[in-house]
Design a protein around this ligand. Structure first.
Ligand SMILES: *Cc1c(COP(=O)(O)O)cnc(C)c1O
Length: 355
């Protein structure tokens, strides 16, 4: 691939990888030896470097801490059955973080250097990639404003950082969802399509309320009518009704354009399934649930890949599903994991080998 022409590398003298128990990886708490960092100042990105993973010193008036100019990505590197590190659709993540950046008045990050940074970092950290299928090196690229200034304005300085966390196989239990009729995640014209930090801060309170009622996650409905399904937590949502796979359309800017979502749609098309991207109302979902036509409901995102839904509560109504009978969801999960481990052929050209 690309030679590291733009990035300087400062390696640790001793890797901490031997301290990690690969059979028992705590999710999101184990970090690799190095991170990628770049600085934006005077109107340009500069100082692209890989350096030892370490804390930053942050000014108390750091503008991102106050006004939320902060965006992120989430992606995975895996190992092929032959032990070769692989990235999954890295260019999609490079494009998406720049879409988020534009919405948040942050500078776009050069996509070629994003690719180069991922490549060099994953190459350097390849001993941290768990080998077991379903495990991965979770990669967190993000950008934050760094101005030391109190006042709501567009910052002039930023940091772009990429760090990595090894993660074990993500055995998501089946989810109980609450279709939310009081709080919203994203409205038309808002920031729903961006992976902007504030979207997640704003979702915590209604999610806590739902958890107190015994639910695992919220099924967000549209902000105008509380009628159409949007998504769940950090996952897009899929429904199988009458052998048709339906997922909400993403064209109104309220729904995060998931790369897993896009991958599942392409796999479904390739396998000859009927797939509809369109608005789907909560009434349609509940009705299909009651008359036995709702066969599967599942979330789709990088972390879990596919997470089955076993129950949906909507006002005083409730439907139950039996994920043990699901056929499409487990096929999709197996296909993605199989492509990510090179066990299955990758007819889409999604994996990028790091060699
Ligand atoms: C990241 C995210 C998703 C899933 O996107 P992937 O690219 O599949 O990981 C879905 N919804 C929200 C709100 C997200 O933040």
């Amino acid at each position: 691939m690309i030679a590291a022409k733009n990035i300087s590398v400062n390696k640790v003298s001793i890797s901490k990888v031997s301290e990690l128990d690969f059979d028992n990886i705590p999710f999101g708490k184990a970090f690799t030896d190095h991170m990628f960092v770049a600085d934006y100042k005077d109107g340009a990105w500069s100082d692209f470097r890989i350096e030892p993973f370490a804390h930053f010193s942050i000014h108390p008036a750091n503008i991102a801490w106050h006004y939320g100019q902060a965006i992120f990505e989430g992606m995975k590197a895996t190992k092929s059955t032959e032990g070769i590190p692989m990235l999954f659709r890295p260019e999609m993540h490079g494009k998406r973080i720049n879409k988020s950046a534009v919405r948040m008045c942050m500078p776009e990050f050069p996509e070629d250097i994003f690719g180069e940074a991922l490549y060099e970092l994953v190459k350097l950290e390849q001993n941290w990639i768990p080998k077991k299928e379903g495990s991965a090196l979770y990669i967190r690229p993000y950008m934050v404003a760094m101005d030391e200034f109190i006042g709501v304005q567009v910052a002039k300085s930023y940091k772009f950082i990429i760090f990595c966390c090894p993660v074990g196989p993500y055995y998501s239990k089946s989810l109980k969802l609450k279709a939310e009729t009081e709080y919203i995640r994203a409205a038309k014209g808002g920031t729903g399509f961006a992976k902007a930090a504030g979207n997640y801060g704003g979702s915590l309170y209604p999610t806590e309320l739902a958890k107190n009622e015994g639910y695992d996650q919220i099924l967000w409905l549209d902000a105008k009518e509380f009628k159409y399904a949007q998504e769940v937590g950090t996952m897009n949502i899929f429904f199988v009704i009458d052998n048709k796979v339906i997922t909400p359309a993403i064209d109104d800017g309220t729904i995060l354009e998931g790369i897993t979502r896009d991958s599942l749609i392409k796999i479904l098309i390739e396998k000859g399934h009927h797939i509809e991207e369109r608005p789907i109302s909560i009434e349609e979902i509940m009705e299909a649930g009651h008359n036995g036509k709702l066969q599967e409901v599942f979330g789709a995102g990088t972390a879990a890949v596919v997470a089955n839904v076993k129950e949906i509560g909507y006002q005083n109504d409730n439907i139950r599903l039996n994920p043990d009978n699901y056929q499409i969801a487990p096929m999709l999960k197996d296909t993605i994991n199989g492509i990510r481990s090179n066990r299955l052929k990758d007819p889409f050209g999604w994996t990028v080998k790091v060699v």
